[in-house]
Design a protein around this ligand. Structure first.
Ligand SMILES: NC(=O)c1ccc[n+]([C@@H]2O[C@H](COP(=O)([O-])OP(=O)(O)OC[C@H]3O[C@@H](n4cnc5c(N)ncnc54)[C@H](OP(=O)(O)O)[C@@H]3O)[C@@H](O)[C@H]2O)c1
Length: 269
């Protein structure tokens, strides 16, 4: 897989899937614009890439702040005459039962601010360049949980659903102008994000190298979707029979929670 000379903007590049995707892309010749909040972590990733003979520029950015995004976009658009792709990878996840979030509308607002509005503002900022070039690709990181009726992630899943809907519109409206959008539905991946929840220590997860490989596959093939067979079946079942799909999978998820709770030895909703 070669990305020789392609300029790729990658958010959430200071950790996890984004960091690993940056390393893999750099080894395959991509010119990388790396965004995240922590400048020292971005500088660490950049230094490793440069030492390995790759090319990377860093733009410390808080994607929940429109001004910060605009500053980064102005700088990277001025520095790079051609931008081939944007990977909206940065995100925040919350695992919380709906009944525990009834006085926490801010959970939903904050998650949307980063996972949806941050990604949206990045995309909108690059569309004029994509149109002028006659091509541009947007890859959005999502989750297998968006394809199956899983409980306890209402804020997170709603933000990913918004991104999916926007991607569909982008393909429908601007596909004929050379602009493509891809949703990538990762299963659980061993990263700092999944490690923050102790209950996940006992779950089998995808390796971060393989997850980054999905990002590269998305960038190479530009399909509408990259994901697992389980996710495809889940989407089909949800589309065909949404009521029964939720009703009959509920006991499975409850049993899974009980099993994880037993392993952890403490209570869990
Ligand atoms: N890990 C999983 O099991 C899993 C499963 C399904 C889908 N995904 C998706 O995969 C993507 C990557 O997840 P990951 O597991 O690699 O997460 P991660 O290791 O926690 O990395 C998240 C990245 O987002 C950046 N970020 C967070 N808040 C930001 C902000 N306000 N502004 C700019 N950057 C911000 C972080 O950098 P700073 O802290 O430096 O800002 C970091 O680089 C996400 O979209 C996630 O939803 C992950």
């Amino acid at each position: 897989m070669s990305f020789n000379g392609k300029t790729i903007v990658l958010t959430g590049a200071s950790s996890g899937i984004g960091e690993e995707a940056a390393r893999q892309l750099a080894r395959r010749g991509a010119r990388l614009c790396l965004l995240a909040r922590r400048e020292e972590e971005l500088a660490r990733v950049q230094a490793d890439i440069l030492a390995d003979g790759g090319r990377a520029w860093i733009y410390p950015t808080d994607l929940t702040h429109p001004d910060s995004i605009d500053t980064a976009l102005d700088a990277l658009l001025a520095e790079h005459p051609r931008v081939d792709a944007l990977v909206n990878n940065a995100a925040h996840s919350i695992r919380r039962p709906i009944v525990d979030a009834l006085d926490r509308v801010h959970d939903y607002e904050r998650t949307m601010q980063l996972n949806y509005f941050g990604a949206l503002r990045m995309t909108m900022g690059l569309i004029p360049r994509f149109l002028a070039q006659g091509h541009g690709h947007v890859v959005n990181a999502s989750t297998l949980s968006a394809q199956v009726p899983i409980p306890l992630f209402s804020a997170y899943l709603a933000s990913k659903a918004a991104l999916e809907s926007y991607s569909r519109s982008l393909n429908a409206e601007l596909g004929h102008k050379g602009i493509r959008a891809t949703m990538v539905y990762f299963p659980m991946v061993r990263t700092p994000m999944s490690s923050r929840t102790s209950i996940y220590k006992h779950m089998r997860m995808m390796k971060v190298e393989d997850a980054a490989g999905w990002v590269l596959k998305a960038l190479r093939d530009q399909p509408a979707r990259v994901g697992s067979p389980l996710g495809t079946v889940g989407s089909l079942v949800l589309a065909a029979v949404p009521g029964p799909a939720v009703k009959y999978t509920q006991p499975f998820f409850r049993r899974m929670d009980r099993r994880l709770k037993a392993k952890l030895g403490k209570s869990w909703p």
